[in-house]
Design a protein around this ligand. Sequence first.
Ligand SMILES: Nc1ncnc2c1ncn2[C@@H]1O[C@H](COP(=O)(O)OP(=O)(O)OP(=O)(O)O)[C@@H](O)[C@H]1O
Ligand SMILES: [Mg+2]
Length: 383
Amino acid sequence: MRQTILLVDDEPDIRDVLSLSLADMGYHVYEAENGDEALRIFKDKQPSMVMTDIKMPGMDGIELLKKIKHENPETEVIMITGHGDMDLAIRSLKCEATDFITKPINVDALELALQRVRERIFTRQKLQEYTENLEILLHEKTELQSHLASLGLMIGSISHGIKGLLTALDGGIYLLDSGIAKENEVRIKEGWDTVKLTVERIRKMVMDILFYTKERDLRLERIDIRNFVEEIAKEIEPKFKSQKIKFVDDFEANLGEFEVDVIYLHSALLNIIENGIDACIEDKTKESHQIIFGARRHEDRIILEIIDNGSGMDSETQDKIFTPFFSSKGNRGTGLGLFIANTIIEQHGGEINVKSKVGQGTNFKLNIPRKPPFKGKEAPLSL
Ligand SMILES: Nc1ncnc2c1ncn2[C@@H]1O[C@H](COP(=O)(O)OP(=O)(O)OP(=O)(O)O)[C@@H](O)[C@H]1O
Ligand SMILES: [Mg+2]
């Protein structure tokens, strides 16, 4: 691209000669005969260089230099001085003129001055590019650091979880071994139950981790809501029985259909219900425990509720429940359950509201549109 230069001098002869030389050197030249005209052209054309006479009637060169620098400090301004104007030349350098050349103008001196200016412009551009690259690099580094931190957190949490699960498996195997040796059926059953439960927990953990690390679009299906919630209730029932927790289903008769990713929504609901079971087991203050699983229609949305009368949460815990790896269950929890549930509901265009009181219990309310406002939105998950 041709460089542009604004030439300012009140003497037409000098302007003519200079603009010819500059055009010969390949510049696109704008001319002005005084400071005001120069400023107007400068604002309009934004040339990267200005060459101005110092002594002019009206606004002098130094005044013009200051105004141009005020408009755009990066403009390179070369001052044209007469013999004996040394003090003016020095003043202009103090006002950040790039260089000055003395009249009568020698073409070689002019070329040299312009070459210096071009080098300055080039260096500044390079510096700007480096700075921008540096900013991008810094941003990438910060992202990488946070990914590494979350990877570290995940590995720590998983190792912790696996350690606990191995201990549970050891316990089950011990019961099985000693039950077989002593032909004690009760022990064998107890051991076998522990092994089965632990394997199930390992499966959940692996599925959660897979969900966390993989991106997947929603696979939407149109399904009957009542069938869907009833199947979940049936699947989860044995867990309630074994823990002596009462399960209450409260499904409205006419729920209709919704368009959801069945596997994802299923896993979100199981995570929330399992947390309810854990909270009931943890709570030793009440005689009996129950979990209500409700489903109702509200205009074009479906409200699913999971209400437990377990241990409840203080507000500090409530603030953190959707954060990945937050768990109050030590090595029995990975802390991914609710993060995943929340991501899934958000992917469906819905939201989760939580109300909880320590010692009283927790209410999870899921508000899901019957049809997501978008199709197969990308999971905002990645590691
Ligand atoms: N119904 C509930 N009652 C009381 N506390 C709850 C309830 N649901 C969640 N919490 C709290 O939120 C935390 C995070 O739950 P989340 O399901 O994400 O992880 P987790 O259950 O600890 O582990 P996992 O990843 O195995 O599900 C729990 O550790 C618990 O402190
Ligand atoms: Mg959980």
